[in-house]
Design a protein around this ligand. Sequence first.
Ligand SMILES: [Zn+2]
Length: 446
Amino acid sequence: MAVAGGERRGEGPPFHSGYTCNRCYLCPAQLKHRGVWRYHGDMAKLGLAGLLVLGLCVQRHEGAAYSYMKNGQQDWNLNEYKYTTYHPMSEISMWMEQVVKENPGLVSSEVYGKTFEGKNITLLKIGLQSGSKKKAVWMDCGIHAREWIAPAFCQWFVKEILRTYETDEHLNLMLKNVDIYVTPVLNVDGYEVSLANLNGLLAFQTRLWRKTRSKFQNAECDCYGTDLNRNFYANWGTVGISEDCCSQIYCGPRPLSEVEAQAVTDFVGSRSADILCFLTIHSYGQLILVPYGHPQIAAPNYDELVKKEERERERKGERMRVGLAAAEAIKSVHGMNYTVGTSPDVLYPNSGSSRDWARLWGIPFSFTFELRDKGEHGFELPEDQIQPACEEAYAGAHSIIRYVHDKEFGITTTTSVPITTPSAATATVALWTTILACSLTAATIL
Ligand SMILES: [Zn+2]
């Protein structure tokens, strides 16, 4: 059941914030990032000695969220929020509250599910009041815990809309026709593990945690977590998965065994007729993936799909064109190349992804973004790349949203209509397939 947001106020340890240390290698830090040690754990677990060591060498983050937490005050504003750093969940939650507070009539929040550990899964709904029934766009970030640039992007995306919607006439029109649902962090449990110190000072490195944190009774395996992006009801358990619960790509004991996947399925599924496009944000690889992840699609409604084969082929061409237009928009910002195609063509086959589920459920446009980079830093993208990565990804997402909006509402004056022909699109995919075969290793699970 949906309840009002804001329940996280006051939760969490009061000093669970970012501390950086540039000069002392005795710091009880768990995360090394570009030569900077950072402690994101629970201060209460450190003990007196740990606090003394930390106190000798840390430099406190300059951040509004920190002072908010420290002083228990609510007098900070969004202008003080730093979008070019990676934030722990507690700060992202406060950021969401502040976005709602400072933008009444434009942004509201909704808790639409609970994680395995009982934490809120919260989205922001962005849209202007309209007399008529509105369409919607979906975006989720942070389905895989270690892909930190994704939650950073969702925050950037919201910030950019707030910054420009009053002066950008077309964006203003879109927000009157469409509500945009943004989930900054879907896999909250996993994200906190990736950012935190699990077991005190001697904890093993948890930075690269990917999965949820579920553990099922009667399970014969001791490992935690399921790959959320293998757990949706879309050819579940067929290709690109593992049945070993210790695997990074464990698909779970059954489809939708994960409450996080169930929450998205319930929320989006009940509104699917109105949702124009479904965007799910990951890293890394600089890809825009279109359905499907299964090389020979075998959906529950397979017969029906076969009858619609021809129409589907047309749509597939359209999705490719829309994806290629987004890649062009991305390239125009900082010159970065993004590859467009199906997962089997440009990455690897998989099943049970949210992107495929959304498409099977009838949402016409469904894309996975794999943000920067191409493997140099991988999941540990340095903070100095947050801004350019988000700037270009915003252009790509905006291109897609603009296209689906203009198509739905019959607007023809847009400059975002893709110009690439289907045949050129096919040729491009074939080219990139060849190039990528050389650059991506099978061991990289994104
Ligand atoms: Zn991912």
